[in-house]
Structures are given as C-alpha cells and as structure tokens.
Design a protein around this ligand. Structure first.
Ligand SMILES: C[S@@+](CC[C@H](N)C(=O)[O-])C[C@H]1O[C@@H](n2cnc3c(N)ncnc32)[C@H](O)[C@@H]1O
Length: 242
C-alpha cells in the first residue's frame, strides 16, 4: 500500500471511530450535543425529525403522545420523546409479542411501546405502585385505543412480577432505581434468548452501580448505552452460537 493510501485509510478509520464515540458515549461518558444519531436538535443535519405517521391509526396515537407530552409531563417523570421513540423502535424491530414494563406512571412510555405492539400483534404488561398515576394511565390507554393490548398491574412490582408468564421479548425498567437488580434477577429467566432488557436513567449519579455491573459483567448478556435522552441501557440476552 502506498504511503498516501495508508494515510487515507488511517484518516477514514479515525473519522469512523470518532463518529461512533460521538454517537454512543458510555454511562460514565458525557453527552455530546450535536453528535450524530437521533436526539435533540443541534446536529449537523443528522438530528431527528418528528415521527411521521404511516396512516391514520398511527397518527391518532402520535397525537395522543404529543398531547401528553405538552400537558401531562408535570409530576409524571415520563421518558423524553427520543427515549419513547427508541422503545418503540426496539420493540417493533424485534417483533415483540410480550413487553413487560416496570413503572407505568401515566402511561406515556407504555403508549410508545403499545405503538410497536399494535404492529407486531403483541401485548404490554405494565406495573405501577401509585394508584393515582395508575388511574391516569388507564384513561390514557383508553384514549389512545390501546387498552385491549395493555394489562396494568397495580401494586409493588417487586412482588407482582412473580406472576409474569414468559416468554418475554422485552423488559423496560423505569421505577425505583435501587430495585433494578431485583427486577433483572426476577425477569431475566423469563426473557427469551434474543430478547432485550432496557433500563432508564442509566447515567452517572442516577444509575445503580450494581445494576450496571450486573449487565456488563455477565457473559450471557451484551449491553450498550445511549445517553442522548434520559440515559438508556439496552441489554441483549444472547442466543447460543451455532
Ligand atoms: C419514572 S416513573 C415511570 C415513567 C414512565 N415509564 C413513563 O415514561 O411514562 C417511575 C414510576 O415507577 C413507579 N414505581 C416506583 N416503585 C415501584 C414499585 N416498586 N412497583 C411498581 N411501580 C413502582 C412510580 O410510582 C412511578 O410512577
């Protein structure tokens, strides 16, 4: 290889590596505004655009999510829009038939996932300990027209998840931070190989160190971190290789 070619190849490799680093800083990394990928505006032509409905059924749910985003965020601790979009994308792309969510709140993230499950023919089981927020969620599931594919379980998810019947395709954990390891331990055996465990608020200062260790030191699992929104870990329960 000529010297000029070698310089060119090295330069291209460095550019790709820099792009990957900007896109996916780890849990200890800093958010880099303007980095590529979906996320808040400010990128160099690569920022996400609002979701475009493929038809009226999708538009109805997106309108509902927009309305919740504008009017119901206060006190409900909802995921940012880009994390809702990520949840929908993950659930739909793995063809999820059963998603389990810990921490329903008023149903915002649940409706993002229900959007995927409407397309895959799947269902959502979601757990909430607070009666008031659970009541709001029930109303919101009804308004979004997803009540038939959502089961809301009221109570302490640490106890109630024992009743979940597998196989589960995807778990989304977004509740008491110190409880994440317990949820992982109880639900991982019910997740199918090739399924995902997604956790929210995996950021320095918020993430439980034990949970981060549990998802990054187990050879059965593969984990990546996204910090564009509220800090999300995405963990794959690996299949056996042929
Ligand atoms: C951050 S909010 C969830 C937000 C929701 N995922 C969304 O984005 O719309 C956390 C919720 O978890 C609930 N929660 C906390 N501990 C819980 C437990 N042990 N069992 C069930 N729900 C719990 C809280 O009441 C709260 O509504």
């Amino acid at each position: 290889m000529s010297r000029r070619m070698m310089i060119g190849v090295t330069g291209a490799t460095l550019l790709i590596a820099a792009g990957l680093l900007l896109a996916q800083p780890g849990p200890g990394g800093r958010r880099r505004p303007g980095g590529p990928g979906f996320g808040p505006p400010g990128g160099r032509g690569m920022e996400s655009k609002p979701p475009l409905a493929k038809g009226p059924a999708e538009q109805k749910i997106l309108d509902m999510l927009n309305d919740m985003n504008r009017n119901e965020r206060g006190g409900n601790m909802n995921v940012p829009i880009e994390d809702g979009r990520l949840l929908r994308l993950l659930a739909e792309s793995i063809g999820a038939k059963h998603v389990v969510e810990i921490g329903t709140s008023n149903g915002y993230s649940g409706i993002w996932q229900a959007l995927a499950l409407k397309a895959t023919g799947g269902k959502l089981t979601t757990f909430e300990i607070d009666e008031g927020r659970a009541a709001m969620a029930r109303q919101n599931f009804q308004r979004a027209g997803v009540q038939d594919i959502v089961t809301l379980v009221l109570g302490d998810a640490h106890e109630k998840v024992a009743d979940v019947v597998g196989p589960v395709d995807m778990v989304f954990i977004d509740a008491d931070k110190e409880g994440y390891v317990d949820y992982l331990n109880k639900l991982l055996p019910k997740v199918r190989p090739g399924g995902l465990i997604v956790a929210h608020n995996i950021t320095p200062g918020m993430a439980d160190a034990e949970y981060v260790a549990a998802i990054t030191t187990n050879p059965e699992l593969e984990t990546v971190f996204y910090s564009q929104g509220g800090g999300v870990s995405v963990t794959l329960k690996k299949r056996a290789l042929n």
